[in-house]
Design a protein around this ligand. Structure first.
Ligand SMILES: Cc1ncc(COP(=O)(O)O)c(C=O)c1O
Length: 402
């Protein structure tokens, strides 16, 4: 595959000459280069695509046509049901649901085609009871996946690093929950998932923070070794009495580590397709920015400041500066400390701001991946110097799941 075309201000200005800002876009050559690099890091293990990090049905479909990518990791049950209706198969809902109405709909869908029905996530008996409460006796079982906590416990558990999700941490706890599932004919245990967010989602080269980077690398090394051992022990304990179709782990930032574990049957990736700012700072890989948005300059409060319309598209997570979008092109722009990226306007400073005039455009990248699509109805798809398509985001299809 040829290298992605250079990502310069001039090139995007040529490409988008006829498009009115604000708009969002995906640079397809960059996205496919990222896809290839993620497949190489996954070393032959199949890659499930995290829909929350794409949020565009057309792109999800295009990615799944590529060999190496198999199935979707979805984020809400209504989304999962919608995707299933649209013909997407092999759906693993990564987060537990308390949506009784959607569970009832899933039960109907599962009764019609139990084999390929979407799999729901469970991590406690309450989740099982909720599923039981919507299924009549004699209904074919719903397929379930146990979410195992993959966080790293240090100093005898006094320090816990990683996402606070499932209470299931040890092989004994996983076996106990699997035995609870075994008692319930309405639930079939088909899968296990353990997501090590403290490795996958944390860049180990934070800019300007060498000591913090060293601490992150220490934590990630120790955590990767620990989770590999524990995941293998859990899979081995469960395989005495269940046949797991899927053992899922990992994310964009940990593909090579998770895929190397024998117990893992597949890895997940989502953010790496768009390669947002938070994925710029990893030692294990580098990706090409593939998604961005453009805002028009609508004001010049002074000769040295160019103020763009809108722009306050902050990413979820801890409320720090790393969640701001990043001015991208032309290079050399920065936010004003007082205003940051604002609801209705974003002042931009830096030497190049003086060259920008009203009607010019500025290109930005989002800190995270799929959340960009919650601000735009469509994505312009770019190849070389051409817009080859314009496709709706989830939002553009009137779908807002979270
Ligand atoms: C369960 C699970 N798996 C995998 C991922 C990785 O997704 P991405 O590749 O977008 O970082 C996430 C992200 O939060 C997740 O929650």
């Amino acid at each position: 595959m040829s290298a992605p075309a250079a990502q310069s201000y001039e090139r995007y200005e040529r490409v988008f000459a006829e498009v009115e800002a604000p708009f969002a876009f995906v640079d397809l050559e960059a996205m496919w280069a990222n896809a290839e690099s993620m497949l190489a890091r996954s070393a032959g293990k199949s890659v499930r695509v995290a829909s929350k990090s794409i949020r565009c049905r057309a792109l999800l479909g295009a990615i799944l046509e590529r060999e190496g990518f198999q199935g979707l990791m979805t984020y809400t049950l209504p989304e999962t049901l919608w995707l299933a209706e649209q013909g997407f198969e092999d759906l693993l809902l990564a987060y537990p649901t308390a949506d009784v109405g959607a569970l009832e709909e899933l039960a109907l869908r599962s009764a019609a085609g139990p084999e390929g029905a979407p799999i729901v996530m469970v991590d406690c008996v309450e989740h099982l009871e909720m599923i039981e409460s919507v299924l009549g006796t004699g209904a074919p079982p719903l397929r379930a996946c146990i979410d195992v906590d993959a966080s790293w416990w240090w100093l005898g558990g006094r320090v816990k690093i990683g996402p606070k999700r499932s209470p299931i941490h040890t092989p004994e706890q996983a076996v106990a929950l699997a035995r609870e599932i075994e008692k319930r004919p309405q639930i079939e245990l088909d899968a296990l998932m353990a997501y090590e967010g403290q490795i996958s989602g944390v860049g180990d080269l934070p800019p300007g923070q060498r000591l913090r980077g060293a601490a992150i690398r220490f934590m990630q090394r120790r955590s990767a070794a620990e989770v590999a051992e524990r995941r293998a022990a859990i899979v081995s304990a469960l395989s005495d009495f269940v046949e797991l179709e899927i053992v899922n782990g990992g994310g964009t930032g940990s593909l090579e580590l998770t895929a190397a574990e024998e117990a893992v049957t597949e890895v997940t990736a989502g953010s790496g397709f768009y390669a947002p700012v938070l994925f710029d700072h990893y030692s294990r890989f580098s990706l090409t920015p593939a998604a961005g948005f453009a805002l028009p300059v609508t004001r010049k409060p002074s000769e040295w400041v160019a103020t763009a319309l809108g722009g306050g598209y902050l990413a979820s997570g801890p409320g720090n500066a790393g969640r701001l979008p990043a001015p991208w092109l032309p290079e050399g722009l920065r936010f004003d400390d007082e205003e940051g990226a604002g609801e209705v306007q974003t002042p931009l400073l830096g030497a190049v701001a003086a060259d920008l005039t009203i009607g010019d455009r500025v290109y930005f990248r989002h800190a995270k991946a799929g959340e960009l699509c919650e601000h735009f109805d469509s994505l312009h798809l770019v190849e070389g110097d051409r817009i080859v398509d314009e496709v709706p985001t989830y939002r553009g299809e009137g779908r807002n799941f979270l």
